[in-house]
Write a protein that binds this ligand. Structure first.
Ligand SMILES: C[S@@+](CC[C@H](N)C(=O)[O-])C[C@H]1O[C@@H](n2cnc3c(N)ncnc32)[C@H](O)[C@@H]1O
Length: 258
């Protein structure tokens, strides 16, 4: 799964209806990230799976340092090119990420990434987040897709965003193009990882976090969810729990999911 989705993100794709859509999207994501950052000096922030992060300079300005990491090499190449001269911003590669010291980050944001990560890989990634976070740090995981989220709500979100921000015709056109796209094909064949509140809470708890769900999601899709997790300062082992049956979705097809 990881390789298929990563190859998708590593190639040119038409996820955004047009440049206007891409710009509106990244402005909103940057605003959402800024809305959760605590107001204290010396903030070190990691945006994991940041994509093109077009508004990252605005986020970096509020931090002591903003680290951008994306697993797709071509995305990282664009990030390095775009932000070469941006103060307080560092683009990390795989080695840079794994070499970061324990507790060296105050906030980690992960927006619209979890669905592309194989379910079996997620616990190890959450433990990496826990290792990197300071004890009083915060992990924000946004755009998590619940199993019951419907494709219709997703289409509605795209169309209403298009209408509100002046790219409705392009949005309609992009829905047609999507039917024949690689994205559609990979979703059909591989699927996306979806999580209910209970299961996601258990996964975060097992990784050593206490978790709350925000009442609004990052971005423009209100059916998806954003969780704020903070390191629990008790033993990870003692807190580990066995996930209940029935809240587990392998998402082998894309039925009902955006
Ligand atoms: C939908 S985009 C999200 C970009 C941005 N965070 C946003 O909210 O718009 C998903 C991004 O996650 C990246 N990604 C996918 N799997 C990843 C992984 N295992 N680790 C880090 N990044 C990953 C992709 O390369 C892609 O750039």
């Amino acid at each position: 799964m990881r390789d298929s989705w990563l190859r998708f993100w590593d190639r040119p794709h038409a996820i955004y209806a047009n440049d206007r859509h891409r710009q509106v999207h990244y402005v909103r994501i940057a605003d959402d990230i800024l809305s959760v950052l605590p107001a204290h000096a010396g903030l070190r922030v990691l945006d994991f799976g940041c994509g093109d992060a077009r508004e990252a300079a605005r986020v970096a300005a509020w931090t002591e340092r903003l680290f951008l990491y994306d697993a797709a090499p071509s995305v990282r190449t664009r990030l390095i090119e775009t932000f070469r001269d941006t103060p307080k911003l560092t683009v990390l590669d795989d080695e840079g990420l794994s070499g970061m010291p324990d507790g060296s980050v105050d906030v980690i944001t992960v927006s619209s990434v979890i669905q592309y990560i194989d379910r079996v890989d997620l616990p190890a990634i959450l433990l990496v987040f826990r290792r990197l976070l300071a004890d009083d740090g915060m992990l924000v995981i946004a755009d998590v897709i619940p199993p019951e989220a419907g494709l219709i709500a997703d289409v509605r979100a795209l169309l209403s965003t298009g209408a509100r921000h002046g790219f409705l015709l392009a949005a309609i056109g992009s829905l047609g193009a999507m039917l024949f796209s690689d994205y559609r094909r990979i979703r059909r064949q591989i699927g996306l990882s979806t999580y209910g509140d209970h299961e996601f809470g258990e996964l975060l708890s097992t990784a050593g976090f206490a978790v709350d769900r925000l009442d609004r999601n990052f971005g423009f899709n209100p059916r998806r969810r954003t969780y704020v997790a903070r390191p629990r300062l008790t033993s990870i082992t003692a807190a580990a729990q066995v996930p209940e049956q029935g809240d587990h979705h392998s998402a082998a097809t894309d039925q009902g999911r955006p």
